[in-house]
Design a protein around this ligand. Structure first.
Ligand SMILES: [Zn+2]
Length: 200
């Protein structure tokens, strides 16, 4: 973060986390920032939130932040988000999952720290608000996701439900049309998209 190490000089409420600061920066997160409806009605970015904006990994990758630090879902931690959904860390923590790696979709998470391991928020870059997830529900979805992966069903099909006629034929021959029906009943559910994208 180099040249940004100096404290800011502006006082006000941080529009990310809502805390007051006397050493913030009165500036927009980025030139083309469009998520104002999601953030606090503050006027500055505080000294804690600003470095996150300046670190592009927070929008390009999925990540989990907890007391011990932040972990990004990089090549060495491909299963980070799925593992977190199944076994969340000690609260408080924040989990963020990105589909596109472009939007600053995590910003609203400043208002949604997770304080439970059973029900928690997952920030995304395809919903306006974090998605409330229950750990037990994640575990319930795991067998279905595992079976669909074994059948090499593309994630996009799990998300849009556009199973090919070939897939239907195969499912009828092999007796798993119930699984297709189960997927179809979940399509459009934000929680389903979180687990499909996280499952690895
Ligand atoms: Zn802040």
């Amino acid at each position: 973060m180099g040249h940004d190490a100096q404290p800011g000089v502006d006082s006000g409420v941080c529009y990310v986390c809502g805390r007051h600061t006397d050493t913030g920066w009165e500036e927009s997160p980025s030139e083309n920032f469009t998520a104002w409806s999601q953030v606090y009605r503050g006027t500055v970015m505080c000294e804690w939130c600003r470095p996150i904006f300046k670190n592009r990994q927070f929008r390009q990758r999925s990540w989990v932040a907890c007391r011990t630090g932040v972990q990004f879902a990089d090549a060495e931690h491909r299963t980070l988000i799925w593992d977190t959904l199944c076994e969340p860390p000690e609260p408080p923590y924040c989990a963020y999952i990105t589909a596109g790696g472009q939007k600053q979709g995590w910003i609203v998470l400043g208002r949604y720290p997770s304080t439970s391991r059973e029900r928690f928020w997952v920030g995304t870059d395809w919903t306006d608000r974090p998605v409330l997830i229950e750990r037990a529900w994640v575990h319930e979805q795991a067998p279905l996701l595992d079976r669909m992966r074994e059948r090499k069903t593309p994630k996009q099909v799990l998300l849009d439900g556009q199973f090919s006629s070939g897939a239907w034929s195969k499912a009828m021959a092999e007796g798993w049309t119930d699984d297709i029906e189960a997927v179809l009943s979940r399509v459009g559910n934000p929680r389903w998209e979180v687990v499909v994208r996280a499952h690895s």
